[in-house]
Design a protein around this ligand. Structure first.
Ligand code: ZN
Length: 87
């Protein structure tokens, strides 16, 4: 009978540990997936994405850092990149 109780306690401990582990894994997975979902639902991204020709970063066409070259517009991530272009 004592043995049975001991097994029961061990089983409960194992179940508790497994559940804690599952919760930890679920949280880790959620943290991994969160940046992607946050980016998808972000309302701050408007317009098209264009590549900065200086540093290669993709920027929104809503950016204030742009330059008209010929008949098309170029988009930059920053004033530094805009100023560096075509120097
Ligand atoms: Zn840049």
């Amino acid at each position: 009978m004592v043995r049975f109780v001991a097994y029961l306690v061990i089983a409960l401990l194992v179940i508790t540990l497994v559940r804690a582990l599952m919760g930890w894994i679920a949280r880790a997975l959620q943290q991994l997936l969160e940046p992607a979902t946050a980016q998808r639902s972000a309302p701050s991204y408007r317009g098209e994405l264009k590549q900065d020709p200086v540093c290669g970063v993709y920027v929104s066409t809503e950016t204030p850092f742009r330059k008209r070259v010929g008949d098309h517009e170029l988009y930059f991530c920053s004033a530094q990149c805009r100023d560096r272009y075509g120097r």
